[in-house]
Design a protein around this ligand. Sequence first.
Ligand code: DGL
Length: 281
Amino acid sequence: MERSAPVGVFDSGVGGLSVLAALRSRLPGERFIYYADTAHAPYGERGDAFVVDRTLQVAELLVREHGVKALVVACNTATAAAIHLLREAWPGMPIVGVEPALKPALALTRTGHVAVLATRGTLASRKFGVLVERLAGAAHTVRTVACDGLADAIEQADTESVRALCQRYIQEVGPLGDHVGQVDVVVLGCTHYPFAQVHLTAAAGGGVRFVETGEPVAKQTARLLAEAKLDQPEDTGGGLTLLSSGDGGNLHRAADRWLLIPQLVRQPHLQGAPMRHSGAA
Ligand code: DGL
C-alpha cells in the first residue's frame, strides 16, 4: 500500500459530502476519491441485502480500480449493514464507518431525552440496537424517527419537499425544549441530513441542539492513516475526484455548493451551545 494512494469515500449519493468536507479540512494533503452511488440511491428504505450488495460492489471498485489505501463509508445505512463485511474482505486496510452520534448526544442532554433521525435501515439495524443498549441508561429516553424520503429529497435538491419533511419529522420527535420530558438534543443519523439543517432548525425552534458525525470520522481516519504510516504530509497538495454511478450533475452541483463553504454544513443558525460532533464507528 502506497502513502500516495487516494482515500476512497462513499455514500449512496451526496450525503457523504458532509463527511468529506471534514476529511478535507483535517487531511489537506490527502487525495480523495468520492463515489456517489447515485444510480442506486437512496439506500435507507431498500433493505439489507440490497445495501450489502451495493456496498461491496462500490468498495470493490474503489479498491481494485482506483487503488485506494483506505475506505471511509460515509453512510450510516451502509455502515450498519456491511462494515463488518468490508473489514473481513480487507483486513489490513484502514476502514472507517459512521454511526449516529448517540454518545455525545447523551453527554449533552440535560433533560435525558434525545432523538435520533435516521433512515429506516439504520434504525432497524442490529448495530444501532446494540449502540442504544450499550449507551442509554435507565435515566435516558432515546426517541427514533425514520425519515422516509428525506435523503431522497436532499439528493434531488427538492427544497420544498425537504422543508415539508423536516417539519413533519421534527413534529414526530414530540415535545422539544429544555424542560422536563422534552427532547433537547437531536442526532442527525444520516449523512444527508446536515444539508437540511437550516430546515430542521427552523422546524425545531430554539433550545435544541443537533449533533452529526463529520469531525469524529475525520479524526478517526487521520488516526488510522497515521498508525498505518499511510498519511500524507499536509504540503503534498491533496486532491479530489468525484465519481457517480448515475447522473453526476447532482453530485457536482452539491459539491460546488457544500464543499466550498463547509462552515455552513457545520454551524448554520445554531441556537444554544455550539454543535458537537461524534460518531466514528
Ligand atoms: N446518507 C446515507 C446515510 O447516512 C444514506 C441515505 C440513503 O441513501 O437513504 O444513511
